[in-house]
Write a protein that binds this ligand. Structure first.
Ligand code: HEM
Length: 205
């Protein structure tokens, strides 16, 4: 099978999880407990050994195939969406490596429940937030930017009078708005979150 076909198929599996994952983060606007309740419910599905193995394997395949496509296409990318696709892809590959190493280390070595508090400890403490705001923000926007680039290539017709390129711009605008709303929730409406004692190890306390 060709690299771009493999990349597309593993990308579909990952995008399904990420859609659910971001919906989970969105629920934080209703408070930490709401986020944790939903994550506990969703874990019954994605923490199932079979599903999680497929997901982690898909991420591995996505990174390897993505880096190969990045090398092949970097010089020939001409349009704005071509460029957006390869650079958001590169960022997502780096993000996946860091994010999954962090989550898996948190679980296996620190023996922490990698829930809401694990995800947002750095986001809610200075100076760690100087890293975590762009790190998470760029990840969500890159995810939508990557999808928008693919959409601009695959879509051939207008929807509600919007050209394919405009539809892709709308996908990016949606991603940026969602990022802002998710950050609003993950920082408890910008008031900050009180990090429980067992998670303080993540922020050097
Ligand atoms: C504000 C942004 C984000 C935060 C705070 C966050 C936080 C977390 C947390 C806490 C977990 C552990 C889940 C669990 O224990 O059940 C996790 C897992 C994961 N996240 Fe994120 N995440 C964010 C964005 C993303 C994005 C944008 C992607 C992908 C593009 C992503 C991909 C993943 C994957 C693949 C897992 C592993 C799931 C597993 O095997 O258990 N995350 N994330």
């Amino acid at each position: 099978m060709k690299t771009n076909k493999i990349h597309y198929l593993s990308g579909l599996a990952i995008a399904t999880f990420v859609g659910i994952h971001l919906f989970n983060h969105l629920l934080s606007i209703g408070g930490a407990a709401r986020h944790i309740d939903m994550m506990n419910a969703l874990r019954l599905f994605y923490r199932n050994i079979f599903i999680e193995a497929i997901l982690l394997f898909a991420v591995f395949v996505q990174i390897i195939s993505g880096l190969k496509l990045f090398k092949e296409n970097r010089k020939t990318a001409a349009s704005l969406f071509d460029k957006l696709q390869i650079w958001t892809g590169l960022y997502l590959a780096i993000f996946f490596i860091i994010h999954l190493s962090a989550v898996l280390s948190g679980r296996l070595f620190l023996h922490l429940d990698t829930n809401f508090y694990f995800g947002v400890a750095g986001l809610n403490s200075f100076p760690f937030n100087l890293f975590f705001i762009p790190y998470y923000g760029l990840a969500i926007v890159s995810f939508f930017g990557h999808i928008a680039s693919i959409h601009s290539k695959k879509m051939k017709r207008p929807i509600f009078g919007l050209s394919p390129n405009r539809q892709s711009s709308a996908i990016i605008a949606f991603g940026i708005t969602l990022t802002i709303v998710i950050f609003y929730g993950l920082t408890n409406h910008f008031n900050g979150v009180t990090i429980p004692k067992e998670y303080e190890v993540l922020i050097g306390k």
